[in-house]
Design a protein around this ligand. Structure first.
Ligand code: SAM
Length: 207
């Protein structure tokens, strides 16, 4: 998976490649889809949610330029896989998930491989988590119409935010680099994520 789908497609950061090699993706996918864990696809994890495609996990991780001293925030814990990859590269990650069953899945998965520098919080991640801010990096792993203002405020000066921004069905992967009060925006291609449901995201169609 790492050689053919990730390194071959242009992910070069050796720390990111090592973390992707180290984390067993099959342990983050409940049956019956776990057999397809090393295909380059998003897969269902229950509750209508998905684990992201491995290449996109690697790309978003690389775009964050993770450093061992970093304190980061993830919105959308899902299976906990992205969090597990980041846990190998930074000091501390706070990850937020809105669905209770999925919160429990992420906690169980992370515990099963002994990860102890990730805190899984239940709640609306579009509000961020001011208690552990400022963040050197923020990753939103659900589609957002725009970058939520609370997250921009919780990003440290010099910090990077990566997110799928756009429509409910298709988005552009963007980076926001906060520098001296201004924001430098980058664009990294089209992606498809499940929607960010919350105060600064999309309305829940099921409620
Ligand atoms: N990062 C995940 C992984 O490694 O498996 C994949 C995330 S999945 C594509 C998107 C997740 O975002 C879903 O689990 C969904 O419930 C969650 N989500 C959507 N809106 C949210 C919100 N406002 N706050 C927190 N989590 C949210």
């Amino acid at each position: 998976m790492v050689e053919c789908q990730i390194a071959a497609r242009g992910i070069h950061d050796p720390r990111v490649l090592a973390a992707m090699l180290e984390i067993p993706r099959h342990l983050f996918i409940p049956p019956p889809y776990d057999h397809a864990a090393y295909d380059d696809n998003p897969l269902p994890i229950g509750s209508g949610q998905t684990i992201s495609q491995p290449y996109i996990v690697a790309l978003m991780t690389e775009l964050l330029h993770p450093k061992v001293t970093d304190n980061m925030l993830e919105i959308g814990a899902g299976s906990g896989y992205q969090a597990a990859v980041l846990s190998r590269l930074i000091r501390r990650l706070t990850t937020i998930e809105r669905i209770t069953t999925v919160v429990n899945l992420a906690r169980t998965n992370l515990k099963s491989i002994g990860i102890d520098n990730v805190i899984v919080i239940e709640g609306d991640g579009s509000l961020g988590y001011p208690g552990n801010a400022p963040y050197d990096g923020i990753i939103i792993t659900a589609a957002t119409p725009d970058v939520p203002q609370p997250l921009i405020e919780q990003l440290a000066d010099g910090g990077i935010l990566v997110a799928p921004v756009g429509g409910r069905d298709i988005q552009d992967l963007i980076t926001f680099h906060k520098k001296g009060g201004s924001i430098i925006r980058g664009s990294h291609g089209g992606v498809r994520f499940v929607p960010l449901i919350g105060q600064h995201g999309w309305e829940n169609k099921n409620s």
